[in-house]
Write a protein that binds this ligand. Sequence first.
Ligand code: PLP
Length: 342
Amino acid sequence: MKEKRREIPYPARLNLARTPTPLEPLSRLSEELGVEVHLKRDDLTGAELTGNKVRKLEFLLAQALATGCDTILTCGAEQSNHARATAIAAAKLGLKVRLLLRTRNPAKPPPLEGNILLDRLVGAEIAWLTFEEYGQRAEMLQREAESLRRSGRIPYIIPEGGSNALGAWGYIRAVEELAKDLEDLPGNNHKSTTIIHATGSGGTTAGLVLGVKLVGLDARVIGINVCNDRNYFMHVVGEICKTAIADYQLDLPFSGQDDIHIVDGYVGQGYGKASSQVLSLLVEIARTEGIILDPVYTGKAFYGMTQELRRNPETFGDRIVFIHTGGIFGLLPMAPQLEPFL
Ligand SMILES: Cc1ncc(COP(=O)(O)O)c(C=O)c1O
């Protein structure tokens, strides 16, 4: 521990995620790579309500309920895990959901599979947006909210990925949980830790960065971006952290650039497009460890981690915790891409 733990001023939270999630060693991979690799199983936050988004939604939906809303409005890619988790959590709470999802051709929406099937199953209304319209998602959400208000509904907007200052509390709380997991590890548990994860909209990274400081955990946080680039996420994550520090009056040193570490270079052909290297690693990890990664987020980030380690085995220190942020339902529609590797 770097410093003494302080009392953490959590905002109101609902109980939606099955936590604490397990911390499991990846023994065969650790041996192969020559470094201790553990997996924080946030893919086990639930069966249908699974993945990192559930932790954020605990805080976001607590606030939504407090506003007296009846409809949750959010947005994402067509196979958005965040949209699916929001739709299911909202159904549990008796709220309606409207999703703005981006797709190539809204006149010909994507098939009813993976996350989209679950969205529809729990009754989410879906409005399909072009990529161009999705570029204006903040305005589109506001416009939708206006139109819902005009029809007598009371909307609450959750931004893309649940990535804002309130959602970041989900991963502040996860760091507190992880600190306990690490204390309980057998043997030398005072090693410095590197926490690696996929960065898609920035909220998980921001929560982890703030969480390590608030909890006083001797750990470095590394996000591997699966879309956009390092500069984009340095800005987005920095803004979420700064907003959280101001809104919740967190007494934290935060220097922006020095506190955020994004490893770029693994986006490949673009968001949602996995290379043959990523797909074959995904199959290898499934077969050697019994762990199912997804091609869009965890598979890409995991591949990035192994590549960085092969280049320099000491780059992440003695102990790594990779956060398995879920994504299994996004894997299911990708059978055609995966089949050649099976
Ligand atoms: C499975 C999975 N992992 C990681 C991420 C990235 O998290 P964040 O959006 O907080 O950067 C997402 C969402 O974008 C996701 O669905």
